[in-house]
Design a protein around this ligand. Structure first.
Ligand code: GLC
Ligand code: CA
Length: 559
């Protein structure tokens, strides 16, 4: 396959609402991003993925689109978007937009027509969504069509009086699911996508891409994910979209989909695939859940970290796509807590663990995505009250925890540990008011630790987490890290993260301790010829019985 730009990309994910506020209304915006493009360039970034920027009532911070052709007033004007694209391109930075194809906002004109039998376009748009007649119990009470559970907790059905039907929403009730069996609907989405390509988009991150097909027999099931996620037919839809829109315009696409067999992985993003170029998958995420917790179950229960599962997931993907597709590597995005709080240490060993996380991930092959603030070790947020949170998911899940018997304190702790809002607090630029994000009260609280953790203080510090990221990004290019072949050592070991990445220019041996205690590693490899490249403590010579300090990370190179 001919070399594509995205194989040499370092993608930076911008959660625009929280990145930089240029007009001091407390909300990040496009002009704010423009102000920071030079910073990103200097960090080594050459592509940015912007979280949804479309017009939206912001029930789910823009993943609920009310007009596919407009930019949200929160983020600027169409001129601002064009200016942003131009400025990014002038710096050789590619622009990746977030594309939400699974659902719209309930305030989208399509849905307004769909739910209103008196609307002039009702007939056309009703079928753009997924409707079912109510069921009734033996006493004649109205019942939902199924007992499926939404990804945000709570039922997937919402009743619409006017048509006497329920509509399906696998996320919040303000996000009705689109009916991908409707050709006009698909064609409308294609048109909207082309609009942004015409404007200059170089690529898309395709949201919730494995949810497009549903089981229209509507069988009962709780949570019932198998009836509305990863059904085989969603591949046909993605292929159709890719063949008609992405392929001919040569835009890069990265889909979002959890869980896949080798066959499916190649369908999504094999070099021959028409669906996507790369896939954002989740096997390495949430590898620290306490399965026994019944009060705040699933991802909400923090347990001990399973390092070997994290490695297994990366390895599985490298193997599945070996020579046949291209991997993405990332720690987390706007949907998971901050990686340093999750898999590292956000207090005493903040600096060491932040660099350890960088050195362990970003020397692997593939294309990296770094999430805003990760490069300075931004941490989870100590939200005090329930209404400090903003995420729609938090409120449904809080009610769930209470119904399972959790106390307020237990529920709050789960939210503080695991809520998506942890990754959504404003970027910590400096120690001025509101961390330099805005002169006005931000839409969500700034993390109180911004005096200790901010970019300004790390920028010139040779030992900072920021400097480590910058160094590694430049090494990626110099050593052709993306093109390597990876082999994990001691993959079953639950404390360490060790691999050799054989690139076209060198062998990189990355050794990290994922625990806060000392460990001794037995390396069953020939160590001669390896020289120290990076350390997050002191220099240390490589030995087969190497002793590691808490979160110690050492990188050796053999040319
Ligand atoms: C994706 C997004 C997430 C959003 C959901 C619904 O998983 O990453 O933030 O809530 O889709 O659009
Ligand atoms: Ca603003």
């Amino acid at each position: 396959m001919e070399r594509k730009w995205w194989q040499d990309a370092i993608i930076y994910q911008i959660y625009i609402r929280s990145f930089n506020d240029s007009n001091n209304d407390g909300i990040g915006d496009f002009n704010g991003v423009v102000e920071k493009l030079e910073y990103l360039k200097d960090l080594g970034v050459n592509a940015v993925w912007i979280s949804p920027h479309y017009e939206s009532p912001m029930d789910d911070n823009g993943y609920d689109i009310s007009d596919f052709y407009k930019v949200s007033e929160d983020y600027g004007t169409m001129e601002d978007v064009k200016n942003f694209i131009d400025k990014a391109h002038a710096l050789d930075i590619k622009v990746i937009f977030d594309l939400v194809l699974n659902h719209t906002s309930d305030e989208n004109p399509w849905f307004l027509a769909a739910k209103d039998p008196n609307h002039k376009d009702h007939k056309k748009y009703h079928d753009y969504y997924i409707w079912q007649k109510p069921k009734f119990d033996k006493d004649g009470n109205r019942k939902m069509p199924t007992n499926w559970r939404s990804w945000f907790g709570g039922p997937v059905w919402e009743f619409n009086e006017a048509t006497n039907e329920y509509y399906l929403h696998i996320f919040s009730k303000k996000m009705p699911d689109l009916n991908w069996r409707n050709q006009d609907m698909k064609d409308d989405l294609k048109k909207a996508t082309n609009f942004w390509i015409d404007l200059g988009a170089d690529g898309f991150r395709v949201d919730a891409s494995n949810h497009l097909e549903k089981d229209w027999d509507f069988p009962e099931g709780h949570p019932g994910y198998e009836y509305f996620s990863s059904l085989p037919k969603h591949h046909d839809y993605l292929e159709e979209f890719g063949t008609e829109v992405f392929g001919p315009r040569d835009v890069m696409t990265m889909g979002e989909a959890g869980g896949a067999t080798k066959e499916e992985a190649l369908k999504y993003c094999g070099f021959d695939s028409k669906e996507f170029d790369m896939l954002i998958h989740f096997g390495h995420c949430w590898q620290d859940c306490d399965d026994k917790n019944e009060l705040t179950p699933g991802k909400w229960a923090k347990g001990s970290i399973n390092v070997s599962n994290i490695k297994e997931s990366f390895y599985k993907w490298f193997e599945m796509l070996k020579n046949q597709g291209w991997n993405l590597i990332y720690w987390h995005n706007h949907d998971q807590p901050r990686v340093i709080s999750h898999y590292g240490d956000d207090s005493e060993l903040h600096n060491q663990s932040g660099k350890m996380l960088c050195q362990s991930l970003y020397l692997m092959p593939g294309t990296p995505i770094v999430y805003q603030g990760e490069e300075i070790g931004m941490t989870n947020v100590d939200y005090e009250k329930l209404n400090d949170f903003r995420d729609v998911e938090v409120f449904t899940e809080y009610d769930n925890f209470m119904s399972f018997g959790a106390t307020h304190d237990v529920a709050m702790q789960a939210l503080r540990d695991r809520a998506r809002d942890n990754a959504r607090s404003p970027y910590q630029w400096d120690s001025s008011q509101n961390a330099g994000f805005s002169n006005n009260t931000p839409w969500i609280n700034v993390n109180r630790n911004y005096n200790e953790i901010n970019l300004e203080q790390q920028l010139e510090d040779p030992n900072s987490i920021y400097t480590c990221y910058k160094k590694i990004f430049s090494l990626r290019k110099e050593l052709k890290i993306s093109d390597g072949t990876i082999k994990f050592l001691n993959i079953d070991d639950n404390k360490t993260f060790i691999y050799i990445n054989k690139t076209p220019t060198a062998e990189i041996l990355s050794i990290s301790n994922f625990t806060n205690s000392r460990v001794t590693v037995n390396l069953d490899i020939k160590i001669d010829g390896f020289e120290l490249l990076l350390t997050n403590y002191e220099e240390k010579e490589l030995s087969t019985g190497i002793k590691l300090l808490p979160y110690e990370s050492l990188v050796y190179i053999k040319k």
